[in-house]
Design a protein around this ligand. Sequence first.
Ligand code: XMP
Length: 514
Amino acid sequence: TVLVVDFGAQYAQLIARRVRECHVFSEIVPSTMPAAEMAAKKPKAIILSGGPASVYAEGAPVAPEGLFDLGVPTFGICYGHQVMAQALGGTVENSEIAEYGAATIAVAEPGMMFAGLPQHQSVWMSHRDYVSRAPDGFTLTARTDVTPVAGMEDRERGFYGVQFHPEVLHTEHGMELLRRFLYEGAGCRPNWTMVNIAEESIEAVRSQVGGKRAICGLSGGVDSAVAAALVQRAIGDQLTCVFVDHGLLRKGEAEQVEKDFVAATGVNLHVVDAQERFLAALDGVTDPEEKRKIIGREFIRVFEEAAREIVGEAAAEPVEFLVQGTLYPDVVESGGGTGAANIKSHHNVGGLPDDLQFKLVEPLRTLFKDEVRALGEQLGLPAEIVWRQPFPGPGLGIRIIGAVSRERLDILRDADAIAREELTRAGLDREIWQFPVVLLADVRSVGVQGDGRTYGHPVVLRPVTSEDAMTADWARLPYDVLQKISTRITNEVREVNRVTVDITSKPPGTIEWE
Ligand code: XMP
């Protein structure tokens, strides 16, 4: 493993992903972890991430004591570069001039990192402090006009540092530098591949679950589908999947789970048709938060009933495990796998009663989203499931502005299916983060179709681009794609006579309308 020491920047996750793109497993650890604990993980290499602090700021994070005595090759990036320089006897100074964005470095002495690469390279900088003098034993490898030590290395001791960010794509040779550090500097081997990940994960699940039984809730989304497929490979019929059809999914999604997913995996599926129950519970409810609460509550109740039925089956082995599709970013954000992660996991189980306790199986908890998709492909899941855009748990229930009814759901499902179909046809579905279609069910608009006046409902198209749903921008869909969607929806969905496009970014708008 390669440890990415997180000094509190958003860059640590990106660095960890880039290391894995080099086919080397990486793990994020907080900078407060004692060096001995890091050593116990037997890392092949350590990378010190960037961070927002100045090394001179009060309470600025420092390298764990003894880190540089572990004998592990170490690469400092940005703040990590400064931490390394300071800890080993170099000098870090505060500059009047900050360096943000694109910059050009000049290679001073190629060393291992820059050998054979161009003399001048564009890189991405983001700093104010700088290393003015490298520690003894280091050679200066690169500089810029304002940064005297933009790169340094001490090959003998296995220490490397750069002031810029090799992990961002704007740094021309960033990936090459990372590969050099990993392969040449640290002797890592590129054996973190999807085949290995799948095999190792399957083996791990097998040894965790043994001969016991497990259940897994399928939502129709990527994460639960991949988690279930993997566990199915590991323990076969000891796994039972529960799919609660709450009637709030999009057109074809329930069938995809019930037919395509089962066909691809051979999973043992228990379907609960709870459509009537959800409709009854949502009857007349218009408040968004109220809808969320009702849907969440009913979901847990239905899942619980199904789980009790399965647990109670007269089988040789009890059901001991619950499979969850928790991903690595959730683990990192809730405490970086240092125990605090359990809080989030429990939170995910969300309100199962005390007498119904399961141990968790979380086969994706070391993976990033793109890795989960690749793993899904490796496991032979259909592309429609693997490449599905994020979809909110409350489903179409929060895309009908007004009370939810079966009729309104059908209208929205038809309009949504057309929008998705045309987006896919235009080849844009992997570029667009999400494409909600919202039915303004309590609004009516006048139109004219054929010879008659119509009095129908407007729908809103809400295509957005995003990296992580925290912020988003409205997607500039080509006019001809929008036109096609608009024409088809008004022609094919009788109750809709007007199509509008939402051009609000997030913030100030949210992605969903409710
Ligand atoms: P907003 O609308 O807050 O959405 O910009 C951000 C992301 O979260 C999804 N979303 C939800 N997901 N339960 C969920 O599981 C919810 O209640 C919920 N509300 C919003 C939304 O689709 C987007 O991806």
